[in-house]
Write a protein that binds this ligand. Structure first.
Ligand code: F6P
Length: 320
């Protein structure tokens, strides 16, 4: 009987639970024993795992966060930590590990595969920063959360005839900001991928005022290289307007997953188990052209995220 472990690692994302549930239930359906590993790679190092039955993953589909807990493991970055993790895998007789996480977690899985461990990766991160897949589990929910916040901010921003800067997550990838900017009707978005100066944003705000706009929303990804307070100060000084800052922070990582994230998580879990059952390993599961497929892990990790310049330019055209 095949024995596998499943863990969630790095920043949590809505839909991780749905992915864990799918791995456990599809695994059991194919005659596997499935172990839940707690606190990501930390639990793998410390041997913090237990067998999960179908009921153990009941009532988690609709919940944000991860029932397995998560961590950014410093110890796993070291050779000694990884060797301890391999010892746990050998002790429990695990044939493969399913890793649900973002690029740091995938890099960890690749290191494990170099030590002879069979791995299977599922993309779970709100950032949507994995180039090989069109979407990651949690991105859709996070953007919807941002949109909900923008709708509320818009009301008060309009009443007070203000400009509001909304800081969203995304250290290296501006997709949350970009999609929320398009779907939330922002005046401008500031991203790590584009070197846009504050002057052009201020011009945009002033032009809007001259055309009778009552308020403006500027979305700034956390990875845009300027402190948000500083940005607010500059916009206020240069436009003479009242400007406020809203930092959405961890709000974006919580909440019940959307249909899209539940479906993606479930399909990724299904594919991961199907491939393992077929004897395939060291793959990253991803969505391409509507299909959920397995890609070579090393190549998938090396694929850089293609920035959608056209979508970025749409923000300006739409908000003139
Ligand atoms: O998981 C990715 C992410 O949400 C980033 O967008 C953000 O910069 C980071 O996590 C924050 O993580 P932490 O939980 O370590 O503060």
């Amino acid at each position: 009987m095949m024995k596998i472990g499943v863990l969630t690692s790095g920043g949590d994302s809505p839909g991780m639970n749905a992915a864990v549930r799918a791995v456990v239930r599809f695994g059991i359906a194919r005659g596997m024993k499935v172990y839940g590993i707690y606190r990501g790679y930390e639990g793998l190092i410390d041997g913090e795992l237990e067998e999960l039955d179908r009921r153990a993953v009941g009532d988690i589909l609709q919940r944000g966060g991860t029932m397995l807990k998560t961590a950014r493991s410093e110890r796993f970055m070291t050779e000694a930590g990884r060797r301890k993790a391999v010892t746990t895998i050998e002790t429990f007789g695990l044939d493969a590990i399913v890793v649900i996480g973002g690029n740091g977690s995938f890099a960890g899985a690749l290191e494990l595969s170099r030590l002879g461990v069979n791995v299977m990766c599922i993309p779970g991160t709100i950032d949507n920063d994995l180039g090989y897949t069109e979407s990651t589990i949690g991105f859709d929910t996070a953007v919807n959360t941002v949109l909900d916040a923008i709708t509320r901010i818009r009301d008060t921003s309009s009443s007070h005839e203000r400009t509001t800067v909304v800081e969203v997550m995304g250290r290296h990838c501006g997709d949350i900001a970009l999609y929320a900017g398009i779907a939330g009707g922002a005046e401008a978005v500031l991203l790590p991928e584009v070197d846009r100066d504050v002057n052009s944003v201020c011009r945009k705000i002033i032009e809007g005022c001259n055309q009778g706009k009552q308020h403006s929303i500027i979305i700034k990804a956390e990875g845009y290289p300027m402190d948000s307070q500083e940005l607010v100060k500059e916009i206020s000084e240069r436009t003479g307007r009242s400007v406020r800052l809203v930092v959405l922070s961890y709000l974006q990582r919580g909440g019940s997953p959307t249909l899209q994230d539940r479906m993606l998580a479930t399909r990724c879990g299904d594919k991961a188990i199907e491939l393992l059952d077929a004897g395939l390993t060291n793959k990253a599961i991803g969505l391409v052209d509507g299909k959920v497929l397995g890609f070579n892990l090393k190549e998938a990790l090396a694929e850089t995220q293609e920035f959608d310049r056209h979508l970025y330019e749409c923000v300006d055209v739409l908000s003139r």
